[in-house]
Design a protein around this ligand. Structure first.
Ligand SMILES: [Zn+2]
Length: 443
């Protein structure tokens, strides 16, 4: 049965909502015991905000209309901290020839060179944002390929869309380019940095591609961090996205953050090879991440697609970062969408339900007794500096998602296409954009 909100009341109670204990604050709701367990709560929505949250059973005002959710799950909107809106949806003209990481790199580079004008980037980003909004995402950080001429194209388009989407999706962008630009092409690094500063972005780079583990990398990281400090920027790296247990750029980054005593927030993405290191090396690197206060985001859908792919051979591992070990060590761990219908990941729709469902299966979040839903809500919200996102509490806007599922088992077993997304206490009335809208980009 479709979920319907009570009339057009500006003040109403949602009764008997199942909410994850770790994501909700309110009256009679005490400390939680660690897992993703659900509790029943009543929420008073008034003038677009959450006025009260009360543990059920609750005594409430009779005169206010109410909707009994009969245990339906209610979540805050998702916070997707690692995406690539600029690459999204190019599948029809630039699919990965063999599904490998190298195939992705070369295919994207050729498509970017040929096709990524402002109109093309804008159309695909806007399409992706409409998908994300429809599915119930409230905040997104995207990486933007920033080498050479692309900075001057993608950053202004991003800035335009950030303004257009304000109030619906909070947007942040991080630069993406190989760290080697710092010694190969210092002028381009200065150009990228100027765009990050001008458009209030995050300073990011990728260290995955066999950067020689020499003093050159340490020197570049020092310079990179100095540039961030001088400009008040946060950091976000693509790191060790490979199957090599020898990859050490993650450790280099942790060492550099500690060496430079960098105080801003630092996020590292992928870290696939950390899983494959021998136990002593992995433990040492995880300790350093904890000491440096570096947070880790794993991209389970993309990395299971790309990693350990060899034609004619069945994959032997899942490609994800060791989130259980990182979480146990106190490192802030997250999951996110990463790529969408492009050579790095052929599928996806910026749907937080899909991300968490796949993460649960690939990373075995289930049976773990940890509040893993924080990895797509409160933790990325903290990383993005968004106090009001990723949880439900009195005083916040009534932005949330109501599902027909009443338990995590029901929630994770179906795609939840009948969910109701609320913004400011009202249901959003959107449809998923039709793929045919993009056809003109592929003529
Ligand atoms: Zn990425």
């Amino acid at each position: 049965m479709p979920i319907a909100l009570p009339l057009n009341a500006s003040r109403y109670w949602l009764r008997q909502a199942s909410v994850p204990h770790a994501l909700v604050k309110g009256e009679g709701i005490g400390p939680h015991s660690g897992g993703d367990q659900l509790i029943h709560a009543a929420m008073l929505i008034a003038d677009g905000k959450i006025a009260r949250i009360v543990a059920e059973p609750a005594v409430i005002e009779d005169s206010v209309p109410s909707l009994d959710l009969a245990g339906k799950m209610v979540l805050p909107r998702f916070v997707d901290v690692h995406t690539h809106l600029d690459k999204g949806h190019i599948f029809a003209r630039a699919s990965n020839p063999d599904g490998t990481f190298f195939g992705a790199l070369t295919t994207v580079a050729a498509d970017r060179e040929r096709n990524w004008g402002a109109d093309d980037v804008r159309a695909r980003m806007d399409f992706a944002l409409r998908c994300a909004f429809h599915h119930g995402t409230g905040a997104i950080r995207t990486h933007l390929d920033s080498l050479a001429k692309q900075s001057g194209i993608s950053w202004p388009v991003f800035n335009e869309l950030r303004a257009q989407w304000k109030g619906r999706i909070e947007l942040q962008a991080s630069a993406l380019f190989p760290l080697s630009a710092l010694w190969d092409d210092p002028a381009d690094f200065r150009n990228i940095l100027s765009h990050v500063v001008k458009y209030d972005g995050i300073l990011g780079a990728v260290t995955y591609r066999g950067d020689p583990l020499t003093e050159q990398v340490d020197k570049a990281l020092d310079e990179f961090i100095d540039a961030a400090t001088a400009n008040g920027l946060e950091l976000d790296f693509h790191v060790d996205e490979s199957a090599s247990p020898e990859a050490r750029s993650l450790e280099k980054i942790a060492d550099a953050v500690l060496r430079k005593k960098f105080r801003g927030r630092v996020l590292v993405g992928h870290c696939c090879s950390l899983t494959l290191m021998d136990d002593a090396d992995r433990a040492r690197v995880i300790d350093k991440l904890g000491e440096a206060g570096i947070a880790v985001v794993s991209l389970p859908m993309c990395n299971m697609y790309l990693q350990d792919r060899t034609s004619g051979r069945t994959p032997r591992w899942r490609g994800v970062a060791p989130l259980h070990e990182l979480d146990a060590a106190g490192v802030s761990t997250m999951v996110a969408s990463d790529n969408t219908r492009d050579p790095f990941y052929a599928y996806g729709d910026l749907d937080g339900v899909e991300v968490f469902r796949e993460a649960t299966r690939i990373l075995q979040f289930d049976h773990a007794g940890r509040p893993w839903l924080e990895s797509l809500t409160t933790r990325p919200a903290t990383q993005m500096g968004l106090d009001g996102a990723g949880h439900l509490a009195p005083g916040l806007p009534a932005d949330m998602i109501i599902f027909s599922a009443r338990s995590f088992n029901e929630w994770l077993s179906r795609p939840q296409v009948d969910r109701l997304v609320m913004l400011g206490g009202k249901a959003i009335q959107t449809r998923l954009p039709d793929y045919a809208e993009l056809d003109s980009l592929f003529a």
